[in-house]
Design a protein. Structure first.
Length: 131
């Protein structure tokens, strides 16, 4: 059985806890073992946590769950681009799949709820497909 990790951004903790349940359900459905769940402050800390987890031989892939809301400045857009680029690079460096379950950037409050389940499940399914 392939072992995966899930990295969760805690800035929107209540919503991410819901996403985590969906991700764990999907992992069970796909025959993946969630070996580790790591909570980080927010999206900017996700790449470092992923790098640490994927460096070892005991984790075969990882998913990241988070939300980047629309703000009054371009901060969220820039953060989303930088974090996504770093995640893509980590897949290539470690040759392990990462499922991107980050809602946004630019998510409005009304966009978040309907996306929690599909984003979480898709992130885990992406890992399964690539393994």
């Amino acid at each position: 059985m392939n072992r995966i990790a899930i990295v969760c951004g805690s800035f929107h903790k209540a919503e991410i806890e819901r996403m985590l349940v969906f991700a764990q359900q999907q992992a069970d459905k796909e025959g993946l073992e969630v070996a580790e769940v790591v909570w980080v402050p927010g999206a900017m800390e996700v790449p470092l946590a992923l790098d640490r987890l994927l460096s070892g031989d005991d984790i075969d892939g990882a998913a990241c769950l988070g939300i980047i809301e629309r703000g009054q400045t371009q901060h969220g857009l820039v953060m989303g681009q930088v974090v996504t680029k770093a995640i893509i690079e980590l897949q290539l460096v470690h040759d392990k799949p990462i499922g991107l379950g980050i809602i946004g950037p630019g998510a409005e409050p009304e966009h978040i709820g309907p996306r929690l389940e599909p984003h979480a499940r898709a992130a885990v399914s992406a890992i399964s497909s690539m393994l």
